[in-house]
Ligand binder design. Structure first.
Ligand SMILES: Nc1ncnc2c1ncn2[C@@H]1O[C@H](COP(=O)(O)OP(=O)(O)OP(=O)(O)O)[C@@H](O)[C@H]1O
Ligand SMILES: [Mg+2]
Length: 252
């Protein structure tokens, strides 16, 4: 269908999140189209992680509405049901099974959403192919037999992204995926995110402005729980309000 590219995968409408009266998100509107790769930036405490928390059902909004994939009203869903419905989220610290091999980690992840427990029945051909494709995508084919515990920090992050991908999410949310990475690992991650965006929509929260400049097309800037500015990365970084907020942060 022609209209598909304009279809919203995520639609956050007038959402407020309050912690004892403090508004971490303040009447926020934020939406993502299918197949989009969106970067979300903003100073510490702007509400970026809270946005991911409220979208995944971890935190409940005081007011407003969040629609995922057309009809799914996040307020009425449990966190794990949202995962099954195609919402994947990666936290900052990698959480892989250290003693399992890279391959086994992906194998286990395929089973996460499967009530028939794929580990017991073994994988079918399609699932095996998916794991192999994912290994190529995350650049770990040659490392598939090694215990995940011995991987470098960057490799662990890629494995965890792979573990989300084999669950075939329609929207992937990543909180500061390049924190602690070397420059080479950051570039590799940027390329990975761009190729992932061909198969699902991706929201990346990031602090690293160099990374954002290199890999972002559209950027949303949050400040004090509100949308400060949104648009092409070239325009956003020239925006006076954005410069001021980031300078303010540098002075703080
Ligand atoms: N569970 C909570 N209870 C009370 N206050 C909270 C809670 N979670 C977040 N906050 C507050 O809400 C505001 C937004 O926090 P959030 O973690 O969303 O910011 P952020 O943009 O992710 O910042 P950072 O760049 O430092 O990760 C902060 O002032 C924070 O202290
Ligand atoms: Mg955060």
């Amino acid at each position: 269908m022609e209209s598909q590219t304009n279809e919203k995968i995520l639609d956050v409408q007038n959402v407020t999140v309050s912690f004892d009266g403090f508004k971490a998100l303040d009447d926020l509107d934020f939406s993502i189209r299918k197949g989009e790769l969106r970067f979300v930036i903003g100073p510490n405490g702007a509400g970026k992680t809270t946005l991911l928390d409220v979208v995944t059902g971890k935190t409940r909004p005081a007011s407003g509405k969040i629609l995922f994939n057309g009809g799914v009203d996040v307020a009425h869903e449990m966190e794990h049901t949202l995962v099954r419905k195609g919402l994947g989220r990666k936290f900052q610290t990698p959480s892989v099974f250290a003693s399992l091999s890279v391959y086994e980690n992906l194998e286990a992840a395929v089973g996460f959403n499967d009530p028939t427990l794929s580990l017991l029945r073994g994988l079918n051909e399609e699932e095996e192919a998916l794991i192999h494709d994912t290994l190529v995508l995350i650049g770990l084919s040659e490392r598939m037999g090694v215990p995940a515990g011995i991987l470098a920090h960057g490799e662990k992050q890629w494995l965890e992204i792979g573990m989300l991908l084999v669950q075939k999410p329609s929207l992937l949310l990543l909180d500061e995926p390049v924190a602690g990475m070397t420059r080479q690992e950051r570039n590799r991650t940027g390329e990975l995110l761009q190729s992932i965006a061909h198969r699902c929509s991706v929201v990346v929260v990031e602090h690293d402005m160099e990374f954002v400049r290199n890999f972002a097309k559209t950027v949303t800037v949050l400040h004090l729980g509100q949308l400060l500015c949104e648009g092409a990365v070239e325009d956003v970084q020239k925006d006076e309000r954005v410069v001021k907020v980031y300078l303010g942060r540098a002075h703080a």
